[in-house]
Design a protein around this ligand. Structure first.
Ligand code: 8X3
Length: 255
C-alpha cells in the first residue's frame, strides 16, 4: 500500500479502479468489493486518515482528493498511470428546505460536489479509461436524479444534472471502449443523512426509522456485478431501492 503524503507508485499488474468519496459508506464498500474482485483500488477522499486504513486493508492506494478543487483533482489524476474503472461516488446532500427558504451556500455545495465534481474527475480520467481498452465509468446518482420531492430541490436538481452529464457520455463515447453505468440508489443508511442534517444524529436516524434501508454493501455488490460483465455488455441504468420505499418519497414504516 502507498498512502499520502508520499508520491504513489500505482504501477501494478492488476487493473486499476478509482473510487471517489471512498472514506465511508458506498465508496468504502465499493473499494472493498472491487479489491476482492482483483482490482488495485485507488481510493480518494478529503478525510485521508480514514482512507489510509482502508487502503491498507485492501492493498490499495490512498490519495487525498477534493472533487470541488481543480488542483486537488489534477494532483490525484496525474499520478495514475492506468485507469480501468472510475466510480464517481463523491457527492451528497445538504439541507432539506423549500425553495422559498433555499440556502444558496447549500445549493452551491451540492452542485459543486455532485455535478462539477463528477465532471472534473470524468474529464480528467477519460483519456486513461479509453486507453485501457476496456474502461468503465460508474456514476452513483440517486433516485433523486429521476424524481422530485418537496424541500429537496437543491439535491434533486443537482442529481438530475449529474445524471444528464453521465448519460450524455453514452452517446459522446460511442465507438470508444468505455462502458457507462448509472446507479441510482434510494435510501441507503450511510453518513448521507448525517451530512444532510449537518451532524444532527436524531434527525438523521429518523430517515431510516421503521424501515429496512439498504446498506452500502448492497450497492457495492451491484457495482461488482456491473464491472464483472463481459466487455460488450453495458448495464446503462440501475435503480435500487429498499423494499420499504416507493417512488417520490413514500415509505412503509413500522410504528
Ligand atoms: C438519496 C436517496 O431516498 O435517501 O440519494 O432520498 S433518498
Amino acid at each position: 500500500m502507498t498512502s499520502v503524503p508520499t508520491t504513489p507508485s500505482t504501477q501494478t499488474d492488476r487493473p486499476t479502479a478509482v473510487v471517489t468519496g471512498a472514506s465511508s459508506g458506498i465508496g468504502a464498500a465499493t473499494a472493498r468489493t472491487l479489491a476482492a474482485d482483483g482490482y488495485h483500488v485507488v481510493v480518494g477522499a478529503r478525510r485521508v486518515d480514514r482512507l489510509e486504513a482502508l487502503a491498507e486493508e485492501i492493498d490499495g492506494t490512498a490519495l487525498a482528493l477534493d472533487v470541488t478543487d481543480e488542483d486537488s483533482v489534477a494532483a490525484f489524476t496525474s499520478v495514475l498511470p492506468r485507469v480501468d474503472v472510475l466510480v464517481n461516488n463523491a457527492g451528497g446532500a445538504k439541507g432539506l428546505a423549500p425553495i422559498l427558504d433555499a440556502d444558496l451556500d447549500d445549493w452551491q455545495w451540492m452542485w459543486e460536489t455532485n455535478v462539477v465534481g463528477t465532471l472534473r474527475m470524468t474529464k480528467a480520467l477519460l483519456p486513461k479509461l479509453i486507453e485501457s481498452g476496456n474502461g468503465l465509468v460508474v456514476t452513483i446518482t440517486s433516485i433523486a436524479a429521476f424524481e422530485t420531492y418537496d424541500n429537496g430541490a437543491g439535491y434533486t436538481t443537482a442529481k438530475h444534472a449529474q445524471g444528464v452529464l453521465h448519460r450524455t457520455l453514452r452517446g459522446e463515447l460511442l465507438g470508444t471502449p468505455v462502458r457507462l453505468t448509472e446507479i441510482a440508489p434510494g435510501a441507503v443508511e450511510t453518513e448521507f443523512s448525517l451530512v444532510r442534517f449537518d451532524g444532527d444524529e436524531e434527525k438523521a436516524a429518523k430517515v431510516y426509522e421503521g424501515i429496512d434501508p439498504l446498506v452500502a454493501a448492497d450497492i457495492a455488490e451491484v457495482i461488482g456485478f456491473v464491472a464483472s460483465r463481459p466487455s460488450h455488455v453495458n448495464l446503462d441504468t440501475i435503480v435500487v431501492r429498499p423494499r420499504d420505499q416507493a417512488p417520490n418519497g413514500r415509505f412503509s414504516r413500522r410504528s
